[in-house]
Each structure stands twice: as structure tokens, then as C-alpha cells.
Design a protein around this ligand. Structure first.
Ligand code: FNR
Length: 188
């Protein structure tokens, strides 16, 4: 199963990027996860949407070829980071490659709530008509106090979180394989 991962943090030591790399490595026998380069995307501009830069074309093509998109989000000021919204805005226009494509959301933050408010906003955006992405509804993943769950080498060391991620991943794969996401109300 091919998964396009969109990670909403550009910083070198990002916990969310570490989480993305953990998912990529840990579940490589089940999922082919590619972390997309959203830092190469320019700011969305309607003037250039019909003939966008190569980075946008490649990004949209990779999303269109994926079976699902994995959003891994920090929380910035109670919402998703601007880089994630920028990526969504590109995806929502012209060929609208997200329409009907399933989404899966994970997130972490250094606070206790583990990106819950950002994820709620993200779910709302995924419902919007030009995105219309059915998202995996179960096993929400909010990894709070991230700085206590990854070590100085960037490795996830918190066993209950690792176990939970395994359970969630298995359930996500079951959901994808069942095809039930096709009947989600967000798939318009
Ligand atoms: C934050 N942070 C944060 N945390 C949170 O729980 N709720 C919030 O609203 C915010 N807001 C916020 C805004 C901005 C601009 C920054 C830089 C940070 C803290 C944030 O969760 C923490 O820095 C994470 O480590 C960011 O994710 P990465 O970069 O580690 O993936």
C-alpha cells in the first residue's frame, strides 16, 4: 500500500518528522511510506496554479499516485501549521487530487494535548468540498510530551506509544482493505 506522508514541520529536529521516519521504518513490510518534500512548495498563488513550478507538479503527482495520505501534524497556535495549509491549498485546486482519497492523521506536540486541536481543524478542512477526503475515523493518535518519548538520537523510546502505533497501523490497513472508506460521507 502506497502512502504519501505530509509532515507539517520544517525544523531539523522535528518530533513529527521523527514520528514519520519511525512509521516509515517500523511498518515498511506493510506500508510503502514516502515523506513528501513540502518545504519545496512555493506559497500557493492562483496566478500560477494552471502552470505551477515543478515542485508543485511533482508533489501533486505523488499524492495522486498514493493509495492514501498520512498527515503528521504539530499544533501551531491551536491549529495546523501554515506549511500544511499551503500544501492543502495546492492540492485543492485544478485537478483536485485529494477528492475521494483516504487520509490518516497522526500528530505530536510537546504539550499534554498532543496536537488534538490541530487535528480537529485538519479534519474539518478534509471535509471541505475541494479536498473531500474520507479520513480514518478510529484510534486517534495524539502524542503529547513528545520530548519525553523520543531520545536524543530522535528514536521513539516510549513502549506504550510504540504498541499503540502498531495497533493503529493494523486497524488503518484493515480499514483501507475493507474499502469502507469509499462510503464515508466526506467522499463527495
Ligand atoms: C507551538 N507549540 C504549540 N503546542 C501546542 O500544544 N499547542 C499550540 O498551540 C502550540 N503553538 C505553537 C506555535 C508555534 C509557532 C510553535 C513554534 C510551537 C509547540 C509545539 O507543539 C512544539 O514546538 C512541537 O515540538 C512542534 O512540532 P515539531 O516541530 O517538533 O514537529
Amino acid at each position: 500500500m502506497k502512502i504519501a506522508a505530509i509532515v507539517g514541520s520544517l525544523r531539523k529536529d522535528s518530533f513529527n518528522m521523527r514520528l514519520a521516519r519511525y512509521m516509515q521504518e517500523q511498518f515498511k513490510h506493510k506500508l510503502d511510506i514516502e515523506i513528501l518534500k513540502i518545504h519545496e512548495l512555493p506559497f500557493y498563488n492562483q496566478d500560477i496554479e494552471l502552470d505551477p513550478p515543478e515542485s508543485v507538479k511533482i508533489f501533486k503527482h505523488k499524492v495522486s499516485m498514493a493509495d492514501a495520505v498520512l498527515w503528521i501534524t504539530p499544533e501551531y497556535n491551536y491549529s495546523i501549521p501554515g506549511v500544511t495549509k499551503n500544501a492543502i491549498d495546492w492540492l485543492s485546486r485544478v485537478d483536485k487530487v485529494m477528492k475521494g482519497k483516504p487520509s490518516w492523521i497522526l500528530g505530536s506536540s510537546m504539550g499534554f494535548l498532543g496536537s488534538v486541536r490541530a487535528q480537529l481543524h485538519l479534519r474539518e478542512i478534509l471535509f471541505s468540498p475541494s479536498i473531500a477526503s474520507p479520513f480514518y475515523p478510529g484510534n486517534e493518535v495524539y502524542i503529547g510530551t513528545a520530548h519525553e518519548k523520543f531520545n536524543e538520537h530522535g528514536e521513539l523510546i516510549h513502549e506504550p506509544t510504540k504498541q499503540y502505533l502498531k495497533t493503529v497501523t493494523d486497524h488503518f490497513i484493515e480499514w483501507m482493505e475493507s474499502g469502507s472508506w469509499r462510503f464515508s460521507t466526506s467522499s463527495r
